[in-house]
Structure formats: C-alpha cells, structure tokens
Design a protein around this ligand. Structure first.
Ligand SMILES: *Cc1c(COP(=O)(O)O)cnc(C)c1O
Length: 431
C-alpha cells in the first residue's frame, strides 16, 4: 500500500482556513467527522477522482449524489460547452427550460408543472412556502434525521416530546421559526398521527425523504409512505417528497414511482443539474399555479433556470432516459454491498448495511438501523478509521458515517472488485 501524498492538500488547507470559515464552503467537506486533512480535488473522470497531489481515488462521494453518470460524462461536458458559447445567463426565458421541465414532467408521476431553482435548499424552502400558502396553514411535519437543506425553519430538532414544538438545531434560527416545524421519528406513523391530532387543521404539509439519505441510508418501512399519504389526505395537508437524492437515482420516476406513492409536491436537485447548480420543485398544476406571477405565493431567482445548469441537467436526463441504467446500477450496488458484508464478516466486525438501488450505507452497528436513533448507535469512530484506511488504499467514501455512498454508471466491475479488496484489508486493519 503506497502512502498517500498530501503536501499540496495540506498547504491549500492551511490557506483555506485563513480565508474561508472552517476552510470549506459546505461543512461536511472539512472532514470534521473523520479527522485529518480534506482531500483537495484537482480533476476527475468516470469513477476516478485525482487530488492536487496526484493521488487517485475510486470515488463514491460523487459530489454527494448528482453524478449518477460518473464524473465529467462526455454528453454533459459537450452540452455545457455548447451552452457556454451562446452566453452564460440571460434573465429571459429559454427553450432549454421548457425541455428540462418537459423531461421532468414526463418522468416524475407527481409532477404536472415544475419550477426551476438553483439549489435543493431553495427548492425545499419554496415547496414549503407553497404548501403553506396553498393550504393557508402554518405548521409542517418533518422527520428526525431527514435533511432538506439549510432552510431556517427546518433546522429544527424535536422538542421535549412528540407533538410538541421543535427547537432550533443551529444558532441563528429564532425559536419562532423552529416552532412552526413539528418533528417525528422516521418510520413512525403513530408519531405522525399524534402530531396531526395535536394540531388539528393546522398542518400545511409533511416533508419527508422517501428514502432517507442524510442519516446514512434508511429505507421507508413497509406502509410508511402509504400511511403518510393517507394521513395527509385525511387532514387536508400536502405530502411533500424531498427527492433531491432519490429523484432520477432510484428510477426515472424516483422513489414515488418505486414505492407507488404519489406526493402532492416533489423536491428535486442533485441529478437534475448534471453536476451544475440546478434544482426544482413541482406537483399538481392546481397547486403549482398558486406561485407568482399567477398566484399569491412569491418565489423568484436571478439565475433560476440558468442555461448552463439546464444544459447539463438536460444532457444527463437524456442519457438516463435513452438507456435507463437502473437495473445495472442495482446489480452493481448489490455486488458491492455483498462484498463489503462478507469482508466485514470475515474481519469479525459487526455491520448493518442499508441499500436502496445505488445508494447505500455500511453502518458499524450491530442492530438494525431504521431511524435516526438507531443510526446514532453506529460506531462513528470506527467508521472514521475505516474511512482513512480506505482513503489510503485509493477509495474515497463519504467522510461521515451518516451519509450515503453512491454507485454510478461509471463504476466498473473492476472498480467494485478493487473496492471490496481494499475493504478486506481496511477492515482487518481496524478490527
Ligand atoms: C442535498 C440535499 C438537499 C439540499 O440540496 P442543496 O443543493 O445542497 O441545497 C435537500 N434535500 C436532500 C434530501 C438532500 O440530500
């Protein structure tokens, strides 16, 4: 095993920390959960990322989800180059926005009309504003461990009991914002029902990751999504699926198609931007028409529907639509998970793996992980050691136990075999 060179990453990290808070523009990149110096990326292609010191990694971070076709897929790069030549932003509508909207409407069962924005955070924030404006109600229900971007009111943690007001989960969020959010445990329909009962006629919507990816991967328990559909319908609230990760990852129609549960509103991001900043929210036309300029709910964006982001997203979606890779992704991800599971068993290390399609998490936990509380039983210190042992062997996993690893169409069988071989060594080392 060659020692990883890190001189340039170290130097850039020293400078970054003087100029940028915490040295990074998004916290998880700082390696806070695993320690050590972050890897500074230089370039990447397919499954392989090369850092500024020339180290090569088989990458499973994949920009945290957008890169289902791997790094720098030729069709996306070509589309962005062409779009660039025509100008970078117009502040006027473009044909490309219609084409991307059409592709989304064609694929996602719950979307009849869609509004493009620039980040998943913005999309989730706007979807909830719309849910509140449309229902004329103030409260929303979210689930513990689900992440919907850094929306003020959603950075909320459960209060002292189910069906009580949430409290801010970060400095800078007024208690009054967090109080409009009610937090229930993931996969717990009874808890959600109790919240509905405690706030009759006041719940605008329920927002949920239909497959959770931000506490590590956690699948919905059988009946959970169906139950939320039934509860929201009964109480006149909107069901909002945050499919920022799952959209176009679990299938062209996302988790809603996979599980056959159609939400009122869907939040998209990541894959639909093809690696550039684009996101969207959409739903039934009658709800979406409550948005400005036609309706009373305001939402806007200087760079919304940006032509480069639209070109990248459209090129990515066209590749997926032309040859849906989901069966092959499923097979590859299953192969990887099986290999990792055997390697852990052979090393005598208890693990629990959750996987839905090409998103997966290996938890260093000896009991099933079904919600945030059980995810937190995982041994994050052991994960940190595993992470570094893998990095040293040329495999880049997410730098936190509580994140997903992503298999892309660019991960070859050889990549997966090399990853499993690396994991065998790494797990033995940390046993
Ligand atoms: C990444 C993510 C977001 C936030 O998207 P950004 O583009 O980072 O603002 C929202 N919801 C989910 C489920 C995500 O994984």
């Amino acid at each position: 095993m060659a020692q990883r060179r890190r001189g340039r990453s170290e130097a850039l990290w020293q400078t970054a920390r003087m100029l940028i808070p915490g040295g990074v523009n998004s916290p998880v990149r700082a390696f806070g959960a695993v320690g050590g110096t972050p890897v500074f990326a230089d370039h990447a292609s397919g499954s392989v990322l090369v850092d500024v010191d020339g180290n090569r990694y088989i990458d499973y971070v994949m920009s945290w989800g957008p890169l289902i076709l791997g790094h720098a897929p030729p069709a996306v790069i070509k589309a962005v180059r062409e779009a660039c030549g025509r100008g970078t932003s117009f502040g006027m509508p473009t044909a490309g926005e219609n084409e991307l909207a059409q592709a989304i409407v064609n694929c996602v069962p719950g979307i009849e009309k869609v509004r493009l924005v620039s980040s998943g955070t913005e999309a989730a924030m706007s979807a909830l504003r719309l849910a509140r404006g449309y229902t004329r109600r103030d409260f929303v229900i979210k689930f513990e461990g689900c992440y919907h971007g850094h929306v003020d009111g959603l950075l909320a943690a459960a209060g002292s009991g189910v069906a009580t007001f949430a409290v801010p989960d970060t400095a800078g969020v007024p208690a009054g914002y967090a109080e409009k959010t009610l937090v229930a445990p993931y996969n717990d329909l009874d808890a959600a029902a109790a919240v509905f009962d405690a706030f009759p006629g006041q719940i605008a919507g329920v927002i949920v990751e239909p497959v959770a990816g931000n506490m590590g991967v956690v699948a919905p328990a059988p009946g959970f999504l169906e139950g939320l559909r039934e509860q929201t319908r009964r109480h006149g609230a909107l069901l909002v699926f945050d499919e920022v990760i799952t959209g176009f990852r679990l299938g062209l129609g996302g988790a809603q198609e996979l599980y056959g549960v159609i939400p009122d509103l869907t939040v998209l991001g990541k894959i639909i931007g093809g690696g550039l900043p684009a996101a969207a929210y959409g739903g039934r036309a009658e709800i979406m028409d409550a948005l400005a300029p036609g309706g009373p709910v305001y939402q806007a964006g200087t760079l919304s529907g940006n032509p480069l982001a639209v070109a990248a997203g459209l090129a990515a979606l066209r590749e997926l639509i032309a040859a849906p890779p989901y069966a092959s992704l499923e097979a590859r991800a299953a192969f990887l998970a099986e290999g990792l599971g055997e390697a852990a068993q052979d090393a005598g290390i208890p693990v629990w793996q959750n996987r839905v399609g090409s998103m997966q998490t290996l938890f260093f936990a000896d009991t099933p992980v079904t919600d945030y509380a059980s995810a937190k039983t995982a041994d994050a210190r052991r994960y940190a050691r595993f992470f570094h042992a893998m990095l040293a062997r040329g495999v880049a996993l997410a730098p936190s136990q509580f994140e997903a690893c992503f298999v892309s169409t660019a991960h070859s069988e050889e990549d997966l075999e090399r990853t499993i071989a690396a994991a065998r060594e790494a797990l033995r080392e940390i046993a």
